[in-house]
Design a protein around this ligand. Structure first.
Ligand code: BV8
Ligand code: ZN
Length: 259
């Protein structure tokens, strides 16, 4: 008789029950998400094994200096990401959050620029506006006059002369995302912090909690007397501050939490 096969203990179950209890008791919940919530949709994370930053360094591409130095290279990276993300779809994690947000008891703040939370909300025909802290891959903005446009599908990055130009002032267009060293939209940031301050639970999903000021938003929930719950296969600087930290993937854990 061979040794009994190793049974995969449901180590997550007690944690899930505790999180469900916290969510049921919460009048207001804020979900803060990062690239990990989109990992199972096929969108590469930033710092993971196959991370976006592996092939490029943030200093080289996601900064205004990089864009001034080599707008063609920066546009090439964003055009590649836009094409890749356009083929991705929201996963069960996005849909679970969209459903919970549709009930009006949760708001979603994301660091992601992939638009997948918005798409999940539209598919759920749940009106729940996602606060996009770092902008959107699918909008362009004029470097000159600041006017914004829905992103054009194909960006010609053959040469600097071919890069997209503003029809209003002929200024160079750029992706409407927040680069390192750039300030976030103050209105969006204030809304995120006040939602966190009022939240009974801040559900932190799929972020390495390294990028500021986004990583400080959950601390406002603690200041307001609320608790943190984390969903991440790995630990992060917020793990020690979390009432529960579920070691799991967003597309499995979130549906289980809101089932
Ligand atoms: C600012 C848009 C004020 C672009 C992004 C020196 C000079 C200037 C600024 C600074 C400085 N030193 C520090 C700063 C602040 C800087 C910063 O935070 N730097 C860090 C790196 C130390 N922040 C800024 O510059 C911000 N602006 O501070 O303005 C100012 C102004 C002038 C001068 C001084 C200050 C602007 C930051 C915004 C940058 N833009 N994105 C683009 O996308 O191209 S940030 C980028 O990183 C993405 O938005 C991404 O979302 C974000 C954070 O990464 P994560 O989402 O956490 O992703 P990551 O890969 O790291 O982690 C994934 C996680 O998921 C992991 O934990 C993994 O375990 C987990 N996971 C994996 N699979 C799953 C999963 N979880 C669940 N389920 C799974 N299946
Ligand atoms: Zn313009």
């Amino acid at each position: 008789m061979g040794a009994p096969g190793l049974v995969r203990l449901p180590i997550v179950k007690p944690a899930l029950d505790e999180v469900r209890r916290l969510l049921r008791g919460a009048d207001r919940t804020l979900a803060l998400t990062g690239a990990g919530v989109s990992a199972e949709s096929g969108v590469p994370t930033f710092r993971g094994e196959e991370g976006l930053w592996k092939s490029y360094r943030p200093e080289d591409l996601a900064t205004p200096q990089a864009f001034r130095r080599d707008p063609r290279l920066v546009w090439e990276w964003y055009a590649w990401r836009r094409e890749l993300v356009a083929k991705c779809a929201p996963n069960a994690g996005h849909h679970a959050l969209a459903g919970a947000a549709g009930s009006g008891r949760m708001s979603v703040v994301t660091q992601n620029v992939d638009g997948l939370h918005e798409r999940a909300a539209r598919e759920a025909s749940a009106f729940s506006e996602t606060l996009e802290l770092h902008g959107s891959l699918f909008r362009d903005r004029c470097e000159g006059c600041g006017v914004r446009f829905p992103a054009r599908a194909d960006v010609d990055t053959t040469s600097e002369e071919d890069l997209p130009r503003c029809p209003v002032c002929s200024g160079l267009l750029r992706p409407d995302v927040v680069w390192f060293g750039e300030s976030l939209d103050q209105t969006i940031l204030n809304s995120a912090f006040s939602a966190a301050l009022e939240a009974d639970v801040c559900l932190v999903v799929g972020t390495s909690a390294l990028v500021q000021p986004a990583a400080s938003i959950p601390l406002a929930t603690l200041e307001g007397g609320g608790v943190l719950v984390e969903v991440n296969p790995e630990s992060t600087p917020l793990t020690a501050l979390s009432a529960v930290s579920v070691r799991g993937r967003a597309s499995e854990v979130l549906p289980a939490l809101f089932a």
